[in-house]
Design a binder for this molecule. Structure first.
Ligand SMILES: NC(=O)C1=CN([C@@H]2O[C@H](COP(=O)(O)OP(=O)(O)OC[C@H]3O[C@@H](n4cnc5c(N)ncnc54)[C@H](OP(=O)(O)O)[C@@H]3O)[C@@H](O)[C@H]2O)C=CC1
Ligand SMILES: CC(C)(CO)C(=O)C(=O)O
Length: 313
């Protein structure tokens, strides 16, 4: 299968690298130091599912310079989706699909507005990966799952083909009957994990153990679930309990990627996670005081990292 991966960072480098190792034809949209490294040395992946190098690597910073693909995997940060979406049309082969892998719940609608509803499926991933150096990706732990689904619900032949390719690549591919609910389930987990982690500056083992910070985690999750339900998302009654169980299953020293970006003084997905909850709550007429606090408390640091310009929602 020919696959294009937009963004060769933690998620895109790992999944694209594994697909290439399994014999699929993979092209990357990358830029700057990452593009230079891919062209000079190829892509290096270190994962419990194998440590290997892919070389040569087909890569460009211009989506129009790459041959179209049957599947386009979008693995940039949430705010970067809005920047790249209008440039991706030339990457899509006739009948090709776009799969977003971002945290948050806005990547798929953003891509659908830019590329057409029919082109875009829903998606998300569960894994811990990061860029060690440009073109060098590390993956830790057993978790390596991609969940996807047609946005109108259920599966399709095109998703089955992509799932088969991912499984050949040793990625656990799951097709969800309700991808919107699956995305919100991940969202209420990751937003609370990252936002409360960033505000407390503590790893999950500390946050989940102190009763006061555990209560904040739960309150954030309940608020996000209420916003989702007000918007018609079919979250199960035990969605918050399931998200808390996931928090309890994570290694105690873990932090979420948004939290690491905030603590590292880098631009983060603040506007795509707690900022999005505040925005989506206002649209749905739901009060979201916990997220208004989390967002306000983290905004000065985000502004310092980005300068005064905010990404356009
Ligand atoms: N890392 C993880 O473990 C997980 C992450 N996620 C989610 O996946 C998404 C991606 O995260 P992650 O992989 O960690 O992010 P990274 O920052 O590691 O990777 C994103 C990559 O996309 C590149 N990029 C951004 N814009 C462009 C562009 N216009 N053209 C070419 N390349 C571009 C970036 O380049 P540059 O460095 O130049 O900006 C970077 O290499 C996020 O939404 C995250 O929340 C979900 C589950 C787990
Ligand atoms: C917690 C984790 C690794 C789970 O997939 C994640 O999504 C993130 O850190 O952004």
């Amino acid at each position: 299968m020919r696959v294009a991966v937009v963004g060769a960072g933690g998620v895109g480098g790992l999944i694209g690298g594994l697909l290439a190792r399994a014999g699929h034809e993979v092209a990357f949209v990358a830029r700057g130091a990452t593009l230079a490294a891919l062209r000079e040395r190829g892509l290096e992946v270190e994962s419990p599912r194998g440590t290997f190098r892919v070389a040569p690597v087909e890569a460009s910073d211009d989506p129009g310079a790459l041959r179209p693909a049957e599947a386009v995997l979008v693995a940039v940060k949430g705010w970067q989706v809005r920047e790249v979406a209008p440039r991706l049309a030339p990457l899509l082969a006739p009948g090709g699909l776009v799969l977003p892998l971002e945290n948050g719940v806005e990547a798929a609608p953003t891509l659908a507005r830019a590329l057409g509803e029919e082109r875009v499926v829903g998606g998300l991933c569960h894994l811990f990966a990061w860029t060690e150096a440009p073109g060098v990706v590390k993956h830790a732990g057993d978790l390596l799952r991609v969940t996807m689904g047609e946005r109108r619900g259920g599966s399709s032949a095109r998703l089955e083909r992509l799932a088969a390719a991912l499984r050949e690549a040793k990625v656990d591919a799951v097709i969800s009957p309700d991808i919107e609910a699956a995305a919100w389930e991940k969202f209420l987990f990751i937003d609370a994990f990252g936002s409360v982690g960033a505000v407390t500056r503590a790893p999950v083992g500390v946050v989940r153990t102190l009763p006061e910070s555990r209560a904040l985690l739960r309150a954030a999750m309940e608020e996000t679930a209420a916003v989702g339900r007000a918007r018609g998302v079919r979250l199960t009654a035990d969605a918050v309990e399931k998200a808390l169980a996931l928090i309890d299953a994570v290694k105690p020293e873990s932090t979420a990627s948004m939290q690491r970006d905030i603590q590292g003084g880098r631009p983060s997905e603040l506007f795509d996670q707690p900022g999005a909850v505040v925005r989506l709550a206002a649209e749905a007429g739901v009060d979201a005081p916990v997220h208004r606090f989390l967002y306000a408390a983290l905004l000065p640091q985000e502004t310092a990292a980005r300068g005064p310009a905010r990404p356009v929602p």
